[in-house]
Ligand binder design. Sequence first.
Ligand code: SAH
Ligand code: SF4
Ligand code: F3S
Length: 441
Amino acid sequence: MKNTKKLYVKTYGCQMNVYDSERMSEALGENGYEKTLNPDEADMILLNTCHIREKAAEKVYSELGRFKDLKTYNPDLKIGVAGCVAQAEGEEIIKRQPLVDLVVGPQSYQNIADLAANAVEGRKQIDIDFPKEDKFSMLRGVRSAQRGPSAFLTVQEGCDKFCAFCVVPYTRGAESSRPVSRILDEAKQLVDSGVREITLLGQNVNAYHGEGSDGKERSLAQLIWELEKIDGLARIRFTTSHPNDMTDDLIEAHGICKKLMPYLHLPVQSGSNRILKRMNRSHDAESYLSLISKIREARPDILISGDFIVGFPEETDEDFNDTISLIKNIEYGQAFSFKYSTRPGTPAAERDQVSEEIKTARLHELQDLIKKQQKSIQDEMIDRKVQVLFERKGRFDNQLVGKSEYLHAVNVTDPTISVGELKQVHITKSNANSLSGSVVN
Ligand code: SAH
Ligand code: SF4
Ligand code: F3S
């Protein structure tokens, strides 16, 4: 019998880190680690980190500082740093914060159990290699519904696009896709454990080109059609996609695949062609607009979401106004926007920077506009019937919270429904960040 040890995992950054944390917890679970939500009782603390913006990386060091006391009380406690900061900084992390026992980059998680065991024996571990094999196939542990009926499944990792602002190609490495059969096996395990919705993940998920059973490559659309055949799986989503990889078969799938949800996250970053060129995005504002029209032709009710960076080096008022015009043109149902953050080692870090004041002002203006669009699209749901997958209990008695096809949060108070059920809901109210309604019988 193995002794049960407690594992506390804290995850930063994107959904791929959420997925990776689940996989690492499952693998460590095979070695006797049980998850805890309380770091005070942990034998192992794992921070799964993000390097995308300066603040994200700095947070890791301040969090590590807070664990100092825990190590004083429990000298056997081991602290690990995983994720993109681990990849970017490697042994620097241990130099800067000697209480760290283990540093593991995103391409080395197949070694997590051995690394943890060595760390427990008192040997500091650093593994930031980029091995060739599919790390996920080497990770042990059966997939289970860890976050309710909706689950993430990474199908593609890494990026070869090298946008001038971005660290991902350096922290996650070259673009690679997992074979179709492994993804289908994992999806079936998830469905068997109660999952009804799967979100396929990748830094460039629509660049997916994994191997099929005949050795030939499959596109993301072909993978979606394979997943569609799984009984019990009700919904499929994918994120994050790049405009240049939005192929015709994928657009067509949005029109006809019943299980593929009408929501698309398609970051554009800027509406200025000059800036897009300087960002090395290899698409322009016009090609993005016509792509969105084509997608809306295939699926008129699709909700479009995006990412924006304001204050990219050399961005003028005119460039920023082009971004505002593009947003007005598209009408986003959701969007994530960020002030440009200098990342060491990326080309844009060396260029003329925009002042913090201007970045702040532009971010406010852009977010005000997005908020209005978001709210008006949400308000349009009033009196409509949407399909809701209930994910968790709400704050009030008999209240459940779920997501509509369009990823709007929907609250329903009804004692007859339970988590994991899919119901038609008549929307009666649009709140600040959610909708309310009642089940249609
Ligand atoms: N692969 C995705 C994006 C992954 S990073 C894509 O190409 O769309 C997620 C988002 O973080 C990006 O879309 C971008 O808006 C933002 N981001 C990335 N690097 C940044 C930086 N240096 N400063 C500010 N925001 C950044
Ligand atoms: Fe980063 Fe660009 Fe790759 Fe997206 S496409 S991960 S923004 S380099
Ligand atoms: Fe962050 Fe790495 Fe994801 S830098 S956004 S955790 S790929």
